[in-house]
Structure formats: C-alpha cells, structure tokens
Write a protein that binds this ligand. Structure first.
Ligand SMILES: [Zn+2]
Length: 717
C-alpha cells in the first residue's frame, strides 16, 4: 500500500492528537476494569473522530425519537411487572411457560407481527431435598439449618413452595460429613492465605461468603483444592443490615433470606453445560463435557441465620485474617474445628426439559430490495427467575415491553427501521445463560451481520445508573444519557453517572454475543447507590411488593430505563447518518489494557520486550480509528466497517483452556466470573509465568488487533 502525501500528513495530525490527549481510560474498580467515558457536552471531544454525529431523523415525516419518547409509561410498566411476578417462573416450569406466552401476546398486541415462541431443550436441575446439620464428636446434634425463607405478612407472594426449596442450581446430589473450614469469598487468594496459615481444606466442607466473584467459581476453587462439600452464605456486610434496614422495613436482606443461584463454572464455557440441542453436546464447542462444567461436590446456599451457628462453632480455632471478617457479631475463625462435624445432603432432580425464548422481529424498510442483507440489532432481557424475579430480571422485562410498545406506536404510523430489530425474551439465564447462548449459537450465521446487542437484565434495583459494555458504544451511551433526565433529580442521567463504562465480564445474556460472536454489546441497569448488590437478589422476596415499596415506588426508573434503552435502539437501528460507533474509545481502552499487561509482566518478571508486537498493533488500531472517515468509502461499507470491526477481535482457536471464549480483548476472569480480564489469553499465561505461552498469546492478540485495524481502515476485507 502506498501512502499519498495528504494521508501521511493526516496521520501526523493524528499523532499530534494522540500525544496531546491525556489517557484516562480504564479505572480498575474492585478487580474490574472500566473505561472513563468523556462527557459529550464537554470540549474533551476535540480530538475525537469528527464523525460521531448522528442525525436522528426518519424517512417518514415525523420524528421517530420524539414520538417514541412519549410512550414509555410508569404505570404500564407496573402492570407488566405485577402480572409477570404473580407466579413463580423458574426456567422450564409451567409458570415460565405462562409468562412466555404473556410476553408473546403483549408483543403481538403492539402491532409486531413476527413473534415466535421458540422451544429449546435444556439440561436443568430442580430441588427435591437438602439438609445441613452440625454434630459434636460423639454424634449429638448441635444445630439443624432451617434452609427456608419465612412467610412475611406484608409480602403477599412469599408463601410459596419455593421458599422451602432454597438450592444451588446444578449442585450434584450427594452427602458429605466433614470438619468445616471458613474460606472468606472463596477466591484463589483466600485459599492461598489459608494455605499459608497451614489450614488444609482437603477433605473438608468449605463455608464461603457471597461477594467478589461468581458463586460457581467459589465452588470450583474449593473443589480444586480437595473440598468435599461447599456452603455459600450471605454475610450482612454485603447485602444485609450493614447496608441499611432489612426487608420488609427496608430493601436489604433479612436474616433468613437465601441467595439461590447457578453453581455452573461459567468462565470455562457459558450456556447449557450439556447442550442437549446439539447432536454431540457441549464437548465440541466448549472443550468440556457437562460434568466438567458443573461441580462434583454438593453445594447449598444458606442465609446468615443458618451460617451463624456454623461460624460460631469455629470460634477458638485459628483466628481468620482481617480480610475474612464479616459483619456478624463473632470472631471469624477459619477452622477446622476438631470437636464438631458438619453433615450436608443434597438431592436435586436433573432432567432435560424445554425452555422458551420469545423472539420478535421488526423488519427493515429495505427488506425485499435487491441486494438486501439484514444487519439486525438485538435487544434482549431474560424472563426466567429464581422465584418471582421482580428486579432480576423482570424489571427489565417490563422495560423491554415498554420499549416494544413504543416501537409498535411508530410502526402504527408507517415507520420501519433501517436495520431489522430483534426483541428477545430469553429463558434459562439463571441456570447459566442457556436460552440466549443457544439462540446465538444456532443463529451465528445470521448474527455475523449483527449491528449490536443491547442487554437489560436487572433493570432496576436502585437509583444509580450503571453500565458495562464495548467501548465503541461509549459515546452513543453518553449522548443518550445527556438527553434523558433522572426522574427525581431533574438532571441529565450523565451528571449522576460515574461515567465508568465497565468492561464486560459475565453473568448475563450478553456473554455469547460479545465473547463468542464478537458483537458489540451494552448492559445497562439502575443499582443501589451504596454500590452493593441489592438485598433480596435471588430470594423469594425479590417480589412485586419489594419493588412497589422499596425498589422503585412509582416505577419512574422503569420508565426512564425504557427511554434510554429505546433511544439506544433507535440510534443503532435507524441512524440516518453514520452508525454511532466510536473506535477511538476502543483504542484508548486498549492502551490502558496494555498498561495492565505491563504491570502484570513486571510482577511476574517476564522477559523485556514481550509485549512489543501488541503495543505496535494497538498503535496501528489507534491510527485506523482516528482515520475513520478520512477515506472516501461508500457510507454503507463504512457502517459495516464500524460495526463489524469487533468481529476481528475473535480468535478462531479461542482462549487458552476455554475455546468457547474467542474475544482477545476481554473475557470473564477465569476465577472471578462476573468481573473481567483484559487481553485474557496474555494475562492468563503471565500469571502462570508461562512466558512462551504468553508470547504466543501476545502474537495472537497482536494479529487480531492488526486485523481489526486493517479492516476498520478499509485495507482489508
Ligand atoms: Zn438476571
């Protein structure tokens, strides 16, 4: 490729920008990473691509966005939520099927004609029985755990079969009797500290608390170190009385409330661990079979009320390190206790049953024209819940229905979007992202032309806006947030947001889209302003009454989120100018990721120069990102380059030891799950001090980043 003089000078100008700009991306937050999003109203964008302006007009004579924004309604959202939470709807149950039909019927009633209820075979496990007892050495019973959530008079739906069936999804059946060891959050570093103290978890039942990492990985970490059973409890420090008043007086977790949840090893492979919808199961796509993707030791999630006597039985053994101390009024100790034993038993019913995705499609106005290729935008939320799921996930379902109703109003006026829009109500998310992953895998070819994926899971559990996503969508998000006001504070949402766009880890339905298919994704929500996860998460009290009285009285945040989500949808599916992707943000973020690698390389004493090929590739990408629009490319082609560049970050062979995860820029942390690792292949090998492997991964990542640069700049197809 020969470079002409003007383009050479252009690139010099770009370098000027690079040098002048202060890189402020990626503030590490509690083991996660974030991109600091510039305020679109400030002058910080002087050096941005000059081309991120989107003009929002429609082909028809009316303003689609203005018309849309009139529709989302708080009391309609409340009605949706009341209906969906009227009955438990755990994946694959009759209640789940009923709610799938409700969502389908609602979508059709808005004038969306192409709506289907798609059944997928799923490997699930339902609770039958479990028990947990503490004995002293001569076999007398000291304590028997309740393992049930009490009926509350003020919570009208709390009297349900499920309150007595608190359980861990995919916990295998089994019985274990052993001394107890307390292992804090169950992270590798927690087990490392125990080892340093001489506390052995081999043959023990391990008690860990919720927080810091995905629950299944706590079990994986315990199992790898020889534990024969695991108990996970909710310490009031994380989501109980330390945060505020307990439910029903306040929103936080009461003493006997239990966080249910999947025990799957989701950082190894997302989706159904058995994949009965594929002829050969999970092994070919994941590199693991079902038994490798779920625990082989029994697991029970418990309340702090049930954990208290267990922790008390350890007092007087080895005093736990300061970082292990929770908020309960006792001296946290690690054990093992030589005078007591814990006995636990789990019986779950494993079976293959149908689950139901509801998929609605709004066609593009170009459909049927010669040469038309669909470039769909996908919006999605899961519907299945651990019991009623008023916040998780059905606040998002109520919002999605309001978005759909708004789009339906536009359709009624003769509008059609430039790009087709899929609206998906996923099933089986709680067990391990089953419905969305199956759909993404089975529609991979169609999705190779997808524009983006917009996810809302727990739409409202508090009043603070929070977002994770692909940095190319950061400018678009910031723009939308500067145009929608907080319902109570009368200020644009962007003024109340910390402006940290978190790097996507895992734990919701965007995982297959970004990590497996390379589709730019956003995940947005309102969370409690303490920064904690909301108190009734995955309990029987995540109910309509909780939302109505504690979570979002008045449902104004439901309405607000529907507006944000709807505007994002319209600007991606119906942009009349250039697609609002900003790759300079991506380049900024990558520079920060490289800094993180440099730090890791230093810590692990890697050979100098190991990262050089990757640094060069990132610089190339930055040049490409800043040159977007400098070349005279046909608009449609340029839009494809903007949207599809993300695909170039996929490595065909996948990440080391987990080939289903193909994205070289980010993946859920191998031992963290919810949180993310950046340049995960490189960082993994560096942590293992495998420098040959690290250099291999540097080359893989550099190749993908260079390919992305070449594609974005139009030098490669
Ligand atoms: Zn959820």
């Amino acid at each position: 490729v020969t470079m002409t003089a003007p383009s050479f000078f252009f690139q010099i100008a770009i370098f000027g920008c690079i040098l002048l700009r202060s890189v402020d991306a990626c503030v590490p937050m509690g083991g996660e990473h974030a991109y600091r999003v510039p305020d679109p109203r400030s002058h910080a964008l002087v050096c941005e691509e000059a081309t991120i302006r989107t003009t929002h007009r429609s082909q028809t004579t009316f303003n689609a966005e203005q018309e849309f924004l009139k529709v989302p309604n708080a009391s309609r959202a409340r009605d949706h939520l009341r209906h969906i939470t009227s009955r438990p709807h755990v994946a694959g149950t009759e209640g789940d099927r009923e709610m799938a039909e409700y969502v389908r019927d609602e979508l059709q009633s808005y004038g969306i004609t192409d709506v289907s209820l798609e059944s997928v075979a799923a490997s699930l496990a339902y609770p039958v029985s479990r028990s947990l007892r503490l004995y002293d050495n001569d076999g007398s019973l000291l304590f028997e755990a309740q393992l049930s959530e009490p009926i509350l008079d003020s919570d009208r739906t709390s009297d349900t079969w499920w309150r007595n069936h608190t359980f861990g999804g995919y916990s295998p059946n089994g019985r274990a009797t052993a001394p107890l060891v307390y292992a804090n959050y169950g992270r590798p570093e927690d087990f490392g500290m125990l080892e340093d103290m001489g506390v052995n978890v081999q043959g023990a039942i391990v008690l860990v608390r919720y927080g810091e990492c995905f629950r299944g990985l706590k079990v994986m970490n315990a199992e790898q170190r020889g534990a024969i059973g695991a108990l996970i409890y909710s310490d009031p420090q994380q989501d109980g009385y330390v945060q505020g008043k307990e439910y029903p007086e306040g929103p936080w977790r009461p003493k006997e409330s239990v966080q249910r949840g999947s025990m799957q090893y989701l950082s190894l492979c997302a989706g159904d661990p058995g994949r009965p919808y594929l002829a050969n199961g999970s092994e070919p796509v994941c590199g693991f079979n079902m038994s490798q993707l779920i625990p082989s030791i029994p697991v029970i999630p418990i309340s702090w009320g049930d954990a208290f006597p267990l922790l008390e039985s350890l007092v007087g053994t080895m005093k736990a390190p300061a970082s292990f101390q929770g908020a309960l009024n006792l001296s946290y100790s690690t054990g093992p206790s030589h005078s007591t034993k814990v006995e636990m038993q789990v019986n779950n019913d494993f079976k293959t049953v149908p689950i139901w995705n509801v998929i609605a499609r709004i066609p593009s106005l170009d459909e049927g024209k010669p040469g038309y290729v669909p470039r769909p935008l996908i919006v999605g939320n899961h519907r299945d819940a651990w019991v009623y799921g008023a916040a998780d996930p059905n606040s998002g379902t109520a919002q999605m229905l309001e978005v759909a109703r708004g789009l339906g109003v536009l359709l009624g006026k003769g509008w059609l979007p430039k790009r087709s829009i899929y609206i998906a109500s996923w099933d089986g998310e709680e067990y391990g992202l089953l419905g969305s992953t199956a759909w993404a895998e089975m529609n991979a070819e169609m999705l190779s032309n997808a524009t983006a994926y917009l996810n809302v899971d727990t739409g409202v559990s508090g009043t603070k806006f929070n977002a994770a996503g692909t940095t190319t969508l950061a400018s678009l998000l910031a723009q939308v947030l500067s145009e929608i006001d907080d319902p109570y504070q009368g200020k644009p949402l962007i003024d109340l947001w910390d402006q940290n766009l978190l790097t996507l880890g895992s734990g919701s339905d965007y995982t297959a889209f970004i990590d497996h298919l390379g589709i730019a994704s956003l995940d947005i929500r309102f969370v409690p302003d303490t920064g904690a996860r909301y108190g009734v998460y995955h309990s029987v009290y995540d109910s309509f009454d909780w939302m109505d009285k504690q979570g979002d009285p008045g449902f104004k945040y439901h309405q607000t989120m529907a507006k944000v989500w709807g505007l994002l949808t319209l600007r991606l599916a119906d942009a009349s100018g250039r697609l609002p992707f900003n790759h300079t943000s991506q380049a900024d973020a990558m520079h920060e990721y490289v800094h993180i690698l440099e730090h890791e390389a230093e810590v692990s004493k890697a050979p100098k120069g190991l990262l050089v090929p990757l640094k060069a590739a990132v610089t190339l990408f930055e040049i490409a990102a800043r040159s977007v629009g400098a070349y005279d490319i046909d608009h449609h082609t340029l839009d494809d380059r903007l949207a599809f560049t993300e695909r170039r970050f996929l490595s065909e062979s996948g990440l080391p030891h987990r080939k289903w995860f193909k994205h070289v820029l980010q993946a859920p942390g191998l031992y963290k799950g919810y949180g993310s690792d950046v340049f995960p292949g490189v960082i993994h090998e560096l942590r293992e001090k495998n420098f040959d492997g690290a250099f291999q991964q540097v080359k893989v990542a550099a190749k993908r980043v260079s390919a992305a640069a070449a594609y974005l700049s139009g030098l490669a197809v």
